[in-house]
Design a protein around this ligand. Structure first.
Ligand code: SAH
Length: 341
């Protein structure tokens, strides 16, 4: 937009003014950008489209979690989730349609990678989210924890992060925007240099043997390298890295796992987010009983590791972590099937 404005010899501030209309004020047409001249509006309409996504379905969970399904071209679809947790309200957004990482316990992985989202498509999810909010609700946090591996779509995610944190955009502090990754290490180091967002790393296993099996990315970036990188990330003094740990009954929920986890995180400003597994059809895994989850958390806490259990939200509408597969639209499922034939 800055280049476009420059090419037209317009004053530089017009770029931000236009972006403010698009993102902060959610203008529905260029025509409605009333403090721009008629010619500029017409030129914008010729050269750009406004960030909009096709909302195909809205599901409302008993706990007030809301899931938005958007259809893309070729029957592909992505999902975003609204998670009210007063005084916070978090939007969980997607960075890719499908995902290439192949984590065994994740429904999105079953889709494979369909395609990357553009920065505008990523940000447009938040425009749609905002439209669904009640008058008293306000978006406070954004997590890149929907479909896809954000660091596998690096440039778009960095650009989207700018839209989320810019004054002319969603105006969120980097502390309130969290990018979650399986641990693509070169991109993780770059992200900390390029943006001010917070970091979450999906760990889920404490030995290479198990992590290789659950998260194939571990064969490329094994645990020792992952944790060495986390240890060396230049994150501000008061910030912590979140480590997500999906608890799978009988797989990674034993006392020995907790003990190894404590050792791995030694010397890192870390907080652990325990996520009891959310089931999906034919996953082959189950969540541990609540007592086991509590005990696992207790073992971390008594070793001085900050650990919380992520409340499961929206499970009844398949909106919980690892359940996003955009499969609830019969239409899109059918079109996917046709494409594969
Ligand atoms: N690809 C990124 C972003 C997705 S975040 C990443 O993996 O970090 C989604 C989080 O949900 C990740 O921590 C992932 O490990 C976790 N998850 C995946 N499948 C899950 C499931 N079935 N139940 C609970 N958590 C799951």
């Amino acid at each position: 937009m800055r280049a476009w404005v420059r090419d037209r010899r317009l004053p530089a501030f017009r770029a931000e003014q236009i972006l403010r209309w698009a993102y902060q004020r959610a203008a529905e047409s260029f025509e409605s950008m009333s403090d721009l001249g008629r010619e500029v509006r017409a030129a914008l309409a010729r050269d750009f489209t406004l960030p909009v996504l096709q909302l195909a379905d809205l599901a409302h969970a008993a706990d007030d979690t809301r899931k938005l399904l958007f259809t893309l071209e070729h029957g592909r679809a992505i999902e975003s989730v609204i998670i009210p947790d007063p005084p916070r309200l978090t939007a969980c957004i997607s960075s890719q349609a499908g995902c290439a990482m192949g984590c065994q316990f994740c429904a999105t992985a079953r889709l494979g990678l369909q395609r990357n989202l553009s920065a505008v498509e990523i940000a447009a999810q938040l425009l749609a989210v905002r439209r669904q909010l009640r008058p008293e609700e306000r978006l406070t946090n954004v997590v890149f924890m929907g479909m896809g591996e954000p660091l596998h779509n690096y440039d778009a995610v960095v650009e989207a992060s700018e839209i989320l944190t810019a004054d002319w955009g969603f105006g969120l502090s980097g502390r309130r925007v969290t990018v979650s990754t399986v641990g693509l290490l070169p991109q993780l180091e770059q992200l900390v240099r390029d943006t001010s967002v917070s970091i979450a790393v999906s760990l889920t296993a404490t030995t290479d043997a198990l992590r290789n099996r659950l998260m194939p990315v571990n064969r490329r970036y094994p645990l020792a390298e992952l944790l060495a990188t986390c240890r060396s990330l230049p994150i501000a003094q008061r910030r912590r890295i979140t480590f997500e740990y999906v608890l799978l009954a009988g797989v990674n929920d034993a006392a020995a796992d907790a003990a190894r986890l404590v050792k791995l995180l030694h010397g890192i400003r870390a907080k652990v987010n325990l996520i009891p597994f959310n089931p999906f059809p034919e996953s082959g895994f189950a969540p541990p009983p609540t007592a086991v989850v509590r005990e696992f958390q207790q073992r971390l806490l008594s070793a001085g590791v900050n650990a919380s259990v992520r409340a499961t939200r929206g499970r009844d509408i398949q909106a919980a972590c690892g359940q996003l597969a955009a499969a609830n639209s019969p239409q899109s499922a059918q079109r996917n099937a046709e494409e594969h034939r």
